[in-house]
Each structure stands twice: as structure tokens, then as C-alpha cells.
Design a protein around this ligand. Structure first.
Ligand code: NAD
Ligand code: ZN
Length: 390
């Protein structure tokens, strides 16, 4: 089959690779219908996620059709159209059972690889390095889905592919950002980042009771979408002082809840400091705003900082004084796909959410390298490129 493979920093190639096969009775093989780029892939492209190997297939946001199932798969049948969460979970361990699917104890055979750095690593993730399980990704004709009964959800009849594909990652991640923020009705919520995840966080913040959402980015087209489609008030961080603007818009208090949907370097091409503390500190001092610091300082007393933007390594000079003296709550994590996807499918079917506007480019997988280049450089009003395999 054809697949989009990582071969080094900014080096993606469409290659011919062996078809996946059932390795475990709980596996399913899915023929990919659509597979989207995600901001997290930019961390791989930039070389910020260690333990990638040449030839690894990337991609983790996808829908497809079941073409084969292992003997223990009970809920799926050949021909089912399914959305698969990007995070793999066994559904049986104490973490999965409590809804913390991205902390699964059993889906990451390589958890020890990053143990020295993090103390432990999270669950397996499709197409996201060997430290996250070494699973082949979805930018391919076919993909093996472990624990398929837990991670693959049948798509309700009538839900269009372009609407449901983002229920794999961008939508549940945005929802989790809003959920972790603990939004109370009437709250003012600030969302940093208007990529797919941030735009979904805006929609979900309203769904969960926010009265006003203020979105922050610098890319005009994304700010336009945040405003016109997701109905947020918007701030361009290159044009206004975010701290002052947020104070002014919230009667001097600051937003009740702050959501970081940016993460470490997705936004800033060419940053090479992630594993170099000294250089990182200098860049943060002199170069550009750091979202986490900004959110912590902006947030009102007793507010919540919800971080779905991805981080790795160190974050220097975090304003712990602001967190402590304002009694902020910080919540974060990789997304608990299986916890959120069922309720999100219901919202989609009811037309209460519609992420289809995220899909700005529908391209054949053969244009994968070009698609990632456009996504990375935020060219041609690109928000998310979705690939259709053969
Ligand atoms: P994206 O690259 O499409 O969007 C990121 C946006 O942040 C861009 O529009 C960029 O202009 C904006 N930005 C950059 N610097 C900013 C600043 N200082 N202030 C405000 N906005 C700024 O990425 P995405 O797909 O939307 O993903 C966003 C983040 O969420 C990434 O870090 C990604 O890795 C992470 N993510 C996390 C999970 C999870 O499980 N927790 C899942 C999916 C994605
Ligand atoms: Zn993702």
C-alpha cells in the first residue's frame, strides 16, 4: 500500500510499504477514508518528538471502513464506517476505567523510552513516534487499530465524512480543553490559538456554557473564522497587548478560564530551541510571547488554566507566583478520545457542533509532502489538509 512516511526533519515521502495485518485478536484493519493533518504532526516534522525512525508512517486523525477484524472484536463488522480516536486505550486498566484514556497502562509497549525524562509516558498514539508506542499512522491506505472495540466508533448514518473526521482528534481535544477549564455558565473564556483545536475549543466553550469567548491568534484568516463561524471576539497578538486587551474586555478582572491551544512550537517555523534550555529562555525573553506565561498572568483570581497545546521538555520561567497567588487551577493532558467521542457524535448528529469548516484542503495522499509544507507555513488559508488515500 501507499503511505506518507517520516524520513527526518521536514522530510516526508510517499512510499510503498507492506499492508498491515491483524497481530492481536482485538485488532481491526481499517481502510482509511480521510486522514487529516494536525498541529501535533508539526512537532514530528520539526524533530521535537524524539524516537521517530526513518520510514515511520505518520497521521492520527482519521475515519475509515472496517475491512478485517480479529477474533475478539465484538462490536465492529466488516463494512462499518468508523471514526477512530488518535489515542489508543485498552479500556480495562485503572486509568482507562476512570476516563483517563490517554494515560492507559497497556497501550504503550515503549513507555520506558521517555521514562527518564517524564517519569512515565502516556498511552500509545497512532503515528506519533516510538516513545508513544511505535504504531503506524493513518496517512496510508490501511491502518491497524489495536483495541478496536474501544477506540473505533461507528459513525451514525447520514453524518458526512468531512464533518465527522475531526471527531477523531481536533474536536475531542478542543472539547477536552473546554471541559478541563471547568466553565460555569456566564464565564468569559480566552482561547489562545485558532488552529483546528482552538476553533473547536471555542465552539465547545459555548456549548458548555461560556457567555463570551475571546480568541487570540495572529493569522487573519483564522481570526476571521474564529469570529464569523465560531462567534468569538478576536485579538491579534501582533497588533494589541494581550494582557491589556483582556483586562479591558473583562472589566479589569481577566478571563474566568484560559485555554492554551497552541503548545510549544507549532506556530513558529524554524524554532530550534526545544531541547536547549538556555537558548529557549533567551528566545522567550526577547522574541515572542509565551502562551503559558501569558495565560497564567491574564487569568482571573481563582480561574483555571486548561492546556491542550502540546509541550515537551522544559518550560522555563513559568510564572508560578501568579499561579500561586491567584490560586489558579492548571489542568492538562493528552486527549481522552474514548471518553469524549460518543457524546460528540451525538452533538454532531444533532447539528449542535459542525467542524466541517476546518477542512480547507481535500487532497490525495500522493500530495502529502506538499500538503504538510502548506500546513506548516500556514499558506493558502490552510487550516487543515485532509488526505484521501487511493
Ligand atoms: P495549528 O498549528 O493548526 O494551530 C496553532 C495556532 O496557534 C496557529 O493558528 C498559530 O498562529 C497560533 N499561535 C501561535 N502562537 C500564538 C500565540 N503566542 N498566541 C496565540 N496564538 C498563537 O495546531 P492545532 O492542530 O490547532 O493544534 C494546536 C495544539 O494542540 C498543538 O500544540 C497540538 O500539538 C495540540 N494538540 C494536542 C492534543 C492533545 O491530545 N492534548 C491533540 C491534538 C493537538
Ligand atoms: Zn492530533
Amino acid at each position: 500500500m501507499k503511505a506518507l512516511c517520516w524520513n527526518g526533519i521536514n522530510d516526508l515521502r510517499v512510499e510503498t510499504v507492506p499492508d498491515p495485518v491483524i497481530l492481536n485478536p482485538h485488532d481491526a484493519i481499517i481502510r482509511v477514508i480521510m486522514s487529516s493533518v494536525c498541529g501535533s504532526d508539526l512537532h514530528l516534522l520539526g524533530g521535537y518528538i524524539p524516537t521517530m525512525k526513518a520510514g515511520d508512517i505518520i497521521g492520527h486523525e482519521f475515519i475509515g471502513e472496517v475491512v478485517d477484524i480479529g477474533k475478539e472484536v465484538k462490536k465492529l463488522a466488516k463494512g462499518d464506517r468508523v471514526v477512530v480516536g488518535s489515542i489508543i486505550g485498552c479500556g480495562e486498566c485503572s486509568y482507562c476505567s476512570s476516563g483517563a484514556w490517554s494515560l492507559c497502562d497497556n497501550s504503550n509497549p515503549n513507555a520506558a523510552l521517555l521514562e527518564k525524562v517524564y517519569g512515565a509516558t502516556s498511552a500509545g498514539i497512532f503515528g506519533y513516534s516510538h516513545a508513544f508506542g511505535g504504531y503506524a499512522g493513518s496517512h496510508a491506505d490501511l491502518i491497524r487499530v489495536p483495541f478496536a472495540d474501544k477506540g473505533a466508533f461507528k459513525i451514525p448514518e447520514g453524518l458526512a465524512n468531512e464533518k465527522v473526521v475531526f471527531a477523531s482528534d481536533a474536536l475531542p481535544t478542543g472539547y477536552m480543553g473546554a471541559d478541563m477549564a471547568g466553565i460555569q455558565s456566564g464565564d468569559i473564556v480566552a482561547v489562545w490559538g485558532c488552529g483546528g483545536v482552538g476553533l473547536m475549543a471555542i465552539q465547545c466553550a459555548y456549548l458548555l456554557g461560556a457567555e463570551r469567548v475571546i480568541a487570540i491568534d495572529r493569522i487573519p484568516e483564522r481570526l476571521r473564522m474564529a469570529n464569523e463561524i465560531a462567534h468569538a471576539e478576536v485579538l491579534n497578538y501582533e497588533q494589541v497587548d494581550i494582557q491589556e486587551a483582556l483586562k479591558e474586555m473583562t472589566g479589569g478582572r481577566g478571563p474566568d478560564r484560559c485555554i492554551d491551544a497552541v503548545g510549544m512550537e507549532a506556530h513558529s517555523p524554524g524554532i530550534d530551541y526545544m531541547y536547549d534550555r538556555v537558548k529557549q529562555t533567551l528566545r522567550l525573553e526577547n522574541d515572542r510571547p509565551n502562551v503559558l506565561r501569558e495565560a497564567a498572568v491574564a487569568c482571573r483570581k481563582g480561574g483555571t488554566l486548561s492546556v491542550v497545546g502540546v509541550y515537551g521538555g522544559f518550560i522555563d520561567k513559568f510564572p508560578m507566583g501568579a499561579v500561586m497567588n491567584k490560586a489558579l487551577t492548571i489542568r492538562t493532558g493528552q486527549m481522552h478520545a474514548q471518553k469524549y467521542i460518543p457524546r460528540l457524535l451525538a452533538h454532531l448528529a444533532q447539528n449542535e457542533l459542525d467542524p466541517s469548516f476546518l477542512l480547507t484542503h481535500l487532497w490525495p495522499l500522493s500530495r502529502g509532502p506538499e500538503g504538510y509544507d502548506m500546513f506548516k507555513k500556514k499558506k493558502d488559508k490552510c487550516l487543515r489538509v485532509v488526505f484521501t488515500p487511493n
